[in-house]
Design a protein around this ligand. Structure first.
Ligand code: NAD
Ligand code: ZN
Length: 427
């Protein structure tokens, strides 16, 4: 029996209060309304942004309980009225950056900051309500996505249809981390062949910046991190040198000047720390160095000497690597399928959603050499499907839905068909 039009009951990781940890709960996910899409998540990840949300008071708000998660991919379960670009069974990437196709940014080929991104600030769908409830309470959405739920509801404009043959447990990385870093290098900085680059912060996003610098033809890529366990992977994806600021008495910008003679052509701050932004900018060549801020810095003033700009340096922001949401995600998945990009190095481990708090701890300590941890588990899909006011339909209904979407699952051999959930974190 189809789940279309019915409430689905499934598992989700909820944060109940600011600074709290994740709690695995059974939630109800309402059917999609007009121009909305309900998705069965197959792969998701814990990004540096969630880590900041959990610990950084400047990023904490009053929208609790909440289902976080903004990096993920899945399969469309059903669509609301008026949805024309995806249908049940389609493989899709969840996007925190929508592409409405109508705003001034969407209509400008050089811009990607769709104005509809601001919807995320309400932590609700565009009609001002939530599609999630838990223990009788509405639960807030996050980032237009809420991927830490077996099922989520998103706006059609935040969903990118991708190649039906794409392995979701790999390509979900284009949902945020990979695209942000890789695009930050090739679209925002426009790294040039033969150039020298410095990348501050070697999480999944920083490693993707290194990949972008390498693809753009940079000959020297200096990776900077206070955790030396990150260096092996950084070299594997293209760093030519790795340095730890704690190994030096001088400021890191002076170390980079010593190493390069006159600074780097491009630097990237991929941590989200005002002090490392200042250091990354000061590491650039005086005449034309470009520093790109990718790390999330909210609610904090930057303290940067104006003198740094006098000679011609520039400082740029970058969201989602400069890609337009839907177009960029679909293109990058096609590039993966055409073997133009390789995401495999970013994935090393797997855990299931129940272990999400362990993933947080691993990310905090960051002492592993690995970069990403994939978590796949055998989740039992929706335990129950609730018809409006009626009783549950049991898992039988879910099986029929899965059969309908069987073609889409065919490539997920690594995942235990059909009840898969994959969870990834950046270490
Ligand atoms: P992460 O936590 O996995 O990686 C951060 C890295 O920085 C770690 O390896 C850590 O050891 C290192 N680090 C911390 N302090 C340092 C210091 N003082 N000097 C040198 N290295 C230091 O995070 P991630 O998932 O790779 O995300 C990186 C940043 O990108 C976060 O701030 C995240 O919010 C942001 N982000 C931005 C966008 C965007 O569109 N702009 C999208 C996704 C993520
Ligand atoms: Zn738009």
């Amino acid at each position: 029996m189809s789940t279309t039009g019915k409430v689905i009951r499934c598992k989700a990781a909820i944060v109940w209060k600011p600074g709290g940890s994740f709690s695995i709960e059974e939630v109800e996910v309402a059917p999609p309304k007009a121009k909305e899409v309900r998705i069965k998540m197959v792969a998701t990840a814990l990004c540096g942004t969630e880590m900041k949300m959990l610990k950084d008071k400047n990023l904490q708000h009053q929208h609790y309980p909440i289902i976080m998660g903004h990096e993920g991919a899945g399969i469309v379960e059903s669509v609301g009225e008026g949805v024309s670009t995806v249908k049940a069974g389609d493989k899709v990437i969840a996007l925190f950056l929508p592409q409405c196709g109508e705003c001034t940014s969407c209509l400008n080929s050089a811009d990607n900051f769709c104005i509809k991104l601001k919807q995320a600030e309400t932590h609700l769908m565009s009609d001002g309500t939530s599609r999630f409830t838990c223990k009788g309470k509405p639960v807030y959405h996050f980032g237009n996505t809420s991927t830490f739920s077996e099922y989520t509801v998103m706006d059609e404009i935040s969903v990118a249809k991708i190649d039906a043959a794409a392995p979701l447990e790999k390509v979900f990385l284009v949902s945020c981390g990979f695209s942000t870093g890789y695009g930050g290098a090739i679209n925002t900085a426009k790294v040039t062949p033969g150039s020298t680059c410095a990348v501050f912060g070697l999480g999944g996003v920083g490693l993707s910046v290194i990949m972008g610098c390498k693809a753009a033809g940079a000959t020297r890529i200096i990776a900077v991190d206070i955790n030396k366990d990150k260096f092996e992977k950084a070299k594997e994806v293209g760093a030519t040198e790795c340095i730890n600021p704690q190994d030096y008495e001088k400021p890191i910008q002076e170390v980079l000047f010593d190493l390069t003679g006159d600074g780097v052509d491009f630097s990237f701050e991929v941590i989200g720390n005002p002090e490392t932004v200042a250091a990354a900018l000061a590491s650039c060549r005086e005449s034309h160095g470009v520093c790109v801020i990718i790390g999330l810095i909210i609610g904090v003033q930057l303290n940067i000497s104006g003198h740094l700009f006098f000679s011609g340096r520039s400082l740029k922001g970058s969201v989602y690597g400069g890609w337009k949401g839907r177009d960029g995600a679909s293109k990058l998945v096609s590039d993966y399928m055409a073997k133009k990009i390789n995401l495999d190095a970013l994935i090393t481990h797997s855990l299931n959603l129940d272990k999400i708090n362990e993933a947080v701890e691993l990310m905090k300590t960051g002492k592993w050499q690995v970069t990403h941890t994939i978590f796949m588990s055998e989740y039992l899909g929706p335990r129950e499907m609730v018809c409006g006011g009626g009783g549950g339909q049991g898992s039988h209904g879910w099986r029929s839905h899965i059969q309908a979407a069987e073609g889409s699952f065919r490539n997920l051999q690594k995942i235990s068909f059909p009840y898969a959930f994959c969870f990834i974190t950046t270490l």
